[in-house]
Design a protein around this ligand. Structure first.
Ligand code: ZN
Length: 596
């Protein structure tokens, strides 16, 4: 007997020593093992839709299975969704310019590029020069006054008449998207952008780089080298340098229709679609009543792959962005907490769901998809805890927590759970930064844990050997304790709506306030609202989440940029008629704009 028992004990010890993946406690060894794998070159930076991303999802699923979590998505651990991963040029991109007795066909890439938000269209139309393409009653400046642009292609200079000043009232009318919207609004059928002679002396063409915004349906937009268009203007007696000089000097437009010129434009951009999975498992709560409520713990597992836009790496060699801190660290926290919860099920009265989100780096796409396709009524989610970058706790032990006022109980709970003496940096609102925002939109109290930005952020150097493993264990313990307490509360945390603090700098945004919150990942026609700010103009007027805005004042709204362009030309106090589609039905509201 004794001998056998001894044998069993020693076998157990050997097994335990070999396999570090089944200690139900949150340990530094396991944290290191998970991060080393998730942030290894084998996973190639876990880009959503890539092979490395799929391997990461499989790994998380296997861990969830081994802990004994139940599959959350109707019998599956995976929730698949489709998204636009990138854009590429199709075969049909060309320009033919005819003027005088000449026809010129600029070379794609060398002499012209297609704007990355251009629609796909083939047109032949006359041309008009529309200066900077800016129209603002507030600035008393309108390149479209007296210009018959109907059915024509607008030639528009980049920048604005105050291109020499670092900050100008004109800046927010100067983005190419805003200008393209304005041109379309004024009757143009396409836009041909050029650099003026200032400030871009080198005449560099814009980059063909996906900005994750919607393409402008059926509206072709290109950028052509200056000398080509200058030659065309000269054929009718105009000189681009002189035109720009005069516009700049007098702040007065010089727009005109070209009598004997036309352009044939063909633009052809393909959206590259990809599929990805969110991964989720759960445990049933131990209380017969409270188990019908859910506490969600989440972390995104995707990263930037070989460096999609969003990368801050500026080297020439392509490199894998391993994303050890962003967000192998949070994913690992999620795994370790899930393992410990699964081993202590009886302590959790409410059900606990563990979700690894995909495509966060592409704009919170996975979490947006999950909250809109939630397997249980999302009203039964009583709290959500998000971890994104928890691996770089510094010497001062400062830990940022966002959403601290989204429930009235959070601050006390955070204080009393702070056994590691973190220096807590609390942000009240639940907006911005990461996937908790998708739950804020659904009025779920959230807490988002974050050890801060560092110099390796979104660079290939965000590697496993820079993680503070002791710090990460402490943060993970902290989240676990808060989760356990929350799950056992007699009454669920109340939800407190906290206004989003105004974005700093406000680059490109109007000074009027409408109080609309965009729905992330929306790619259809119109501007879809994920929600409206409490007490804001949109809410007061009767707008609500789910509405699709199609008209703002006299501006048609095909996407969020048209809406921003529409806002630009209003002042606080204006009443604007806003048309929306609600459940397919057209409705109109009077929105009284406020100041920011
Ligand atoms: Zn992240």
């Amino acid at each position: 007997m004794k001998k056998i028992l001894l044998l069993i004990i020693s076998l157990t010890i050997i097994l335990a020593a070999q396999d570090t993946s089944n200690n139900p406690d949150i340990t530094q060894e396991e944290i290191k093992a998970h991060i080393k794998y998730l942030a290894s070159d084998e996973l190639e930076g876990r880009l959503a839709g890539s092979e490395g991303g799929r391997k990461a999802a499989e790994y998380i699923k296997d861990q969830f299975t081994s802990y004994g979590l139940l599959p959350f998505y109707n019998g599956s651990y995976f929730q698949e969704f489709e998204f636009i991963q990138s854009i590429e040029l199709g075969d049909n991109n060309s320009i033919n310019l005819s003027f005088g007795d000449k026809t010129i066909s600029p070379e794609l890439k060398d002499e012209f590029v297609v704007a990355p938000f251009s629609g796909n269209k083939t047109i032949t139309a006359p041309l008009a020069f529309a200066g900077y393409g800016i129209s603002s009653s507030k600035l008393k400046y309108d390149d479209y006054t007296g210009l018959d642009l109907e059915g024509k292609i607008a030639i528009i200079m980049r920048y604005n008449p105050e291109h020499d000043s670092a900050m100008s009232e004109f800046d927010r009318f100067s983005s190419l998207r805003v200008k393209a919207s304005a041109a379309r609004e004024n009757g143009a059928v396409g836009v041909l952008f050029i650099n003026g002679y200032k400030p871009n002396k080198e005449d560099e063409l814009i980059e063909f780089k996906y900005d994750r915004g919607p393409l402008m349906n059926d509206f072709p937009i290109v950028h052509v080298k200056r000398n080509i268009i200058d030659e065309l203007l000269k054929s009718e007696g105009f000189d681009l340098a002189e035109l720009q000089e005069e516009i700049d000097k007098n702040k007065s437009p010089k727009s005109f229709v070209l009598e004997n010129a036309k352009a044939a434009l063909s633009t052809n951009i393909n959206e590259v679609k990809a599929k990805g999975n969110n991964v989720a498992g759960y445990i049933k709560g131990s209380d017969p009543v409270l188990k019908n409520e859910y506490v969600v713990v989440g972390a995104h597992f995707d990263h930037l792959g070989w460096g999609i836009d969003g990368s801050l790496y500026r080297g020439d060699e392509p490199m894998i962005h391993n994303g050890a801190d962003d967000n192998a660290s949070g994913t690992t926290g999620l795994l370790e907490i899930a393992e410990k919860v699964a081993a202590n099920k009886e302590l959790f009265k409410r059900s606990v769901v563990f979700i690894a989100f995909n495509a966060e780096e592409l704009g919170l796409l996975g979490s947006a998809h999950t909250v809109n396709n939630f397997p249980v009524d999302i009203k039964n989610v009583s709290a959500m805890f998000n971890m994104d970058m928890i691996g770089r706790l510094n010497d001062e032990k400062s830990l940022t927590i966002i959403g601290a006022a989204t429930s009235s109980i959070w601050k006390d709970l955070l204080e009393e759970s702070n056994t590691y003496n973190f220096v807590l940096k609390l942000n009240d609102d639940g907006w911005g930064g990461s996937d908790h925002q998708s739950f804020t939109l659904k009025e779920v109290p959230v807490l988002f844990f974050f050890t801060g930005v560092h110099e390796d952020y979104h660079k290939p150097s965000d590697d496993w050997d820079k993680i503070n493993y002791e710090g990460e264990k402490q943060v993970t313990d902290f989240v676990y304790n808060i989760l356990e307490k929350t799950s056992g509360l007699e009454t669920r945390p109340d939800y407190v709506k906290v206004e989003r603090s105004a974005p700093k700098g406000g680059g490109g945004y109007a000074k009027v306030y409408v109080g609309t919150i965009p729905e992330f990942g929306w790619n259809g026609e119109g501007f879809k609202l994920g929600g409206v700010s409490e007490g804001g103009p949109a809410q007061k007027a009767g707008l609500q989440g789910g509405d699709i805005m199609i008209q703002f004042g006299d501006k048609k709204v095909a996407n969020i940029y048209d809406f921003m362009y529409g806002m630009n030309d209003h002042k606080p106090g204006d009443t604007v008629k806003v048309k929306v589609l609600r459940n397919g039905e057209e409705m109109e509201f009077d929105v009284v704009l406020e100041s920011k």
